[in-house]
Structures are given as structure tokens and as C-alpha cells.
Design a protein around this ligand. Structure first.
Ligand code: FRU
Length: 487
């Protein structure tokens, strides 16, 4: 790892490539004991450029091993975002005895000029657990005559109708196609006109069923929306809940009427879920790109640029009668904890005293307290810097304030405070705050609200403080875990 330069901001437990640029997660699939993560990668530079698929594998979704580049540009263009599936029954005909992996991605061709961009969908397959890939000689497998923006195919096997389904972004809508062999695709339906948020191109869709604890499973559609200069929020991800019959996605009433964001921070974009998680596991696992097109090319790292969010488990919960997508950090993170502090039934002022000597760059703060009072933490504190994360009982909001978090002058909209309102569901409110060298992720009340934000503090800014509207109030429990051991 000696070739790694300027490591100040390289996270301890979030994936980044060893060198150069990364954006969207791609082709996530579980196969033969390995979780695969491919990603948009420019291996020659630290800003966005000709896209390749970088590749990493993991046994536990936390420690990643970077592998050689999986897909490089070819005569059809650069390799944009897409997905991968296990072709268990050799429906594609690419395989012999053993099932293998098929990647479905966008070929992006701008060789005839910026006004004549062509985007189409193509295939590659691997017979050696993703180590080497062969592009299908019949590429592309799906074109479109009208849409310039026609990209980011996510493919899944739809059990009930026994067919492959592709969901793909078409400018400002989502198109669905179906196939029996991954090579020939028939149009099924189009979704999204007049629904959701439309200021910005639609990108990186996903569609999957989520079991609900208290009602029947629903289908969830994720749609990322590109940066629009008119909005300080930049690029972000919305979701819809509804039903899917193999042809058409039918949003429920709430999804028809309002916009629902997956994350209330600025830095969780283009996220999609893993394919082929074994039924015995049954989780819907999600990862996002921890950046924002508004400033992604400007962030102050050197030699590398771009990190992924923590892997998260998505669930459905009914909160005051409304079905909501929740996100929780995967349980595998718990194996990386080293206990630093563990306090129970302690007044806020006493907890502050116990925190005075704690120094943490990469850690988890897990706190439970009575939601009737406001409580917050300042993390990555030092030399005038602090990132404030907490709960405001007056407004019923959780927040991450990165106004004084460190370097921010690379973009005028970077600095700021990001809020999410919360319906407190129990007597105690739980906040889980994951801090790393250049990120903060807040999971509030079992993940019903999430805020993911990049920060660029000094490496020496490692203090943690706690505060409340009344510092004699009692915190039920507070744990701090060091998470730097993976690094
Ligand atoms: C989303 C995105 C995708 C595209 C890729 C290009 O961040 O714009 O739509 O496939 O990035 O790198």
C-alpha cells in the first residue's frame, strides 16, 4: 500500500479505490461466498473521465480487496453504470456446466461529438467468479431511438412471471423491459411522468420487493436524480413504494402524491442493492456513492477521490400508518468494534467529563435517551473545527451540521446544516453516528431517518463532546466504539 498518497482523508472503514477516481457502485452481486462490488472508475485520473468498472470483493461487506479492473472501454464506448446477476440456469447460454455472472451495463459513446452521444445496454460474462470478463459479441443488446439519456440498467429475476426484468433510466422516466435470456429485451412499461422530483436527469434506478413486518411485502423503486444548479442539495435519491406484476410498477397513493428522499444528507448518491443474496440471509443490502455531483470533482483528496457509504440493510416499517423505507448499518460492522466507553444512566454533564479524554477519528457513537430533551455530539473537534450531530426536541429533527467541519472552500454549497424530521416511535430515541476520516453517517431511530455527509477536518481534530438543552438530563446509555482497526 506504499503507493497511497496524502492519506489524511482516506476512511478507515469505507471503501475507496487505492488510487484515482470512483463514482457509482455497480454490479453488486453475491456469488460463492463473495460479495462483489464494481464501481465507476477512472483509473488514469482523480476526476471523472473515461469510465471503467473497478472491482473489489469482500467476505463480510466491510473489508474489501481491490481486484484488477473488470471492464474497460471498447469500440462501443465507455462503461457506464449497471448491474450483475448470477445466471443460475444458463438462460443466456454463456455458460457450460457451472452457473456464472452476467454484467448488464451501459455503453456510452461520445466519439462522434458531445451532440451525438449514444447510450445503449450491453452484456459481459464471467466464468471465473468475476476475475475476468468477456464482452458479448452481440453487443449492444438494447438501444433506444429517442432517448439520449438511456442508462444504468438494473436487472433482476422476477420469480412470479419467471423472467428477467430490466429497469433503466430514460431521461426523466424509468423504462422496464423483460427477457427470457438476457440478450433479447421486450418493452414492458414506462414509469414516472408527472410523479416524483424531476429537476435533474433520472439515473441509477433499482426495483425490489421488501418484506414488511406488519403488512405484506411491497415493491420499492429507487431513482437517483442528477444535480440541478438551481438546488443547493445537488444530486440525491428518491424512492417510491408500490406494486409490481412483472410488467408495470404501480405506485401507492403516497408515492403518487409526495416526494420521498432516501437520505437527508448530501452524500449518498446512485445507490442500488445487491443481487442474489441467499434466501436464508434474506436481507436487501444497499450501498451508495458517498459524494454529490455538485462538488464530487473538487473534494480535497489527493491521489484518490470517492468513497462508498457503509453497506446498509433496507427494511420497510409502518410509522403512524405510513410505510417507510428504513436503513440500518449492516450487523457485520459490529465485529469491528473496540469498546472505548460504555456509560449507563448518566447525566449529560458527567458524560461530558468522561468524554474529555476521548480522541476518535473513526468510531461509532451509539446513544439512547429520552426524546423529550435535545441532545447532540460534536465530533472531529479541534482547532476551531467541529461537526455537530444531534436531535432537536423542539423541532422534532435530527441534524448534521458541517458548517465548521473543516475544509469547505472547494464549493460554495458544501458548508451547511442538514435536517430530517423524525416521528419518535418509542420512549427512548436511539442515534447511531458513524464517524470516519472524511464522513459522518447518522442513523436515527432504527434508521427511519438517515443523514450521510462528507467532512474534511484536520487529522488532528479528534475530540468528541456531548451537550443537551439541560445538562442534568440523564442519558440512558452511551457507547463509543473505535472502528479504526480495519485500516
Ligand atoms: C450517476 C451517473 C450514471 C452514469 C454514471 C457515469 O452518477 O451519472 O447515470 O452511468 O454516473 O459515470
Amino acid at each position: 500500500m506504499s503507493n497511497i498518497k496524502h492519506e489524511n482523508y482516506r476512511n478507515a472503514y469505507h471503501y475507496s479505490p487505492r488510487e484515482n477516481w470512483m463514482n457509482d457502485p455497480n454490479g453488486m452481486v453475491y456469488f460463492k461466498g463473495e460479495y462483489h462490488l464494481f464501481y465507476q472508475h477512472h483509473p488514469m485520473g482523480t476526476t471523472w473521465g473515461p469510465m471503467h468498472w473497478g472491482h473489489a470483493v469482500s467476505k463480510d461487506l466491510v473489508s474489501w480487496e481491490e481486484l484488477p479492473i473488470a471492464l474497460a472501454p471498447d469500440e462501443h464506448g465507455a462503461i457506464f453504470s449497471g448491474s450483475a446477476v448470477v445466471d443460475w440456469n444458463n438462460s443466456s447460454g454463456f455458460f457450460d456446466q457451472e452457473p456464472g455472472l452476467v454484467a448488464i451495463f451501459t455503453h456510452h459513446d461520445d466519439s462522434t461529438g458531445a451532440n451525438q452521444i449514444v447510450q445503449c445496454q450491453s452484456l459481459a460474462y464471467s466464468k471465473d467468479n468475476g476475475r475476468t470478463w468477456t464482452k458479448y459479441e452481440g453487443n449492444p443488446v438494447l438501444r433506444h431511438d429517442t432517448y439520449v439519456d438511456f442508462r444504468d440498467p438494473k436487472v433482476f429475476w422476477h420469480e412470479r412471471s419467471s423472467q428477467w426484468v430490466m429497469i433503466v433510466a430514460c431521461g426523466q422516466t424509468i423504462c422496464l423491459y423483460r427477457s427470457s435470456n438476457l440478450k433479447e429485451w421486450a418493452f414492458a412499461s414506462e414509469f414516472g411522468e408527472g410523479l416524483g422530483f424531476h429537476d435533474g436527469v433520472w439515473e441509477c434506478p433499482d426495483l425490489f420487493p421488501l418484506a414488511a413486518e406488519d403488512s405484506e411485502a411491497r415493491w420499492v423503486m429507487l431513482v437517483s436524480i442528477g444535480d440541478d444548479p438551481a438546488y443547493v442539495e445537488g444530486s440525491r435519491t428518491q424512492y417510491f413504494i408500490g406494486d409490481f406484476d412483472g410488467m408495470t410498477f404501480m405506485p401507492d397513493e403516497r408515492s403518487r402524491g409526495e416526494i420521498r428522499w432516501l437520505d437527508y444528507g448530501r452524500d449518498n448518491y446512485a445507490g442500488v442493492s445487491w443481487s442474489d443474496i441467499p434466501a436464508a440471509d434474506g436481507r436487501r443490502l444497499f450501498i451508495g456513492w458517498m459524494s454529490n455531483w455538485k462538488y464530487a470533482n473538487l473534494t480535497p483528496t489527493d491521489g484518490w477521490r470517492g468513497a462508498m457509504t457503509l453497506v446498509r440493510e433496507l427494511k420497510l416499517e409502518t410509522l403512524e400508518g405510513e410505510v417507510t423505507v428504513t436503513q440500518q448499518p449492516i450487523r457485520e460492522m459490529e465485529a469491528y468494534r473496540t469498546g472505548v466507553l460504555s456509560l449507563h444512566d448518566i447525566a449529560v454533564d458527567e458524560a461530558a467529563v468522561r468524554l474529555a479524554d476521548v480522541r476518535q477519528e473513526s468510531c461509532e457513537i451509539l446513544v439512547r435517551f429520552d426524546a423529550a430533551f435535545s441532545l447532540g455530539f460534536k465530533v472531529r473537534v479541534g482547532s476551531g473545527q467541529e461537526t455537530v450531530v444531534g436531535w432537536d426536541a423542539k423541532t422534532n429533527e435530527v441534524y448534521v451540521d458541517r458548517t465548521r467541519s473543516g475544509l469547505a472552500d472547494f464549493h460554495k454549497d458544501f458548508s451547511g446544516k442538514h435536517m430530517a424530521s423524525l416521528r419518535v416511535t418509542g420512549a427512548l430515541l436511539e442515534l447511531r453516528i458513524f464517524v470516519d476520516r472524511s464522513s459522518v453517517e447518522l442513523f436515527a431511530d432504527r434508521g427511519q431517518a438517515v443523514i450521510t455527509d462528507l467532512i474534511y477536518p484536520d487529522p488532528a481534530s479528534t475530540g468528541i463532546t456531548v451537550f443537551a438543552d439541560d445538562d442534568r438530563k440523564v442519558i440512558k446509555s452511551l457507547h463509543i466504539y473505535d472502528l479504526s482497526s480495519r485500516g
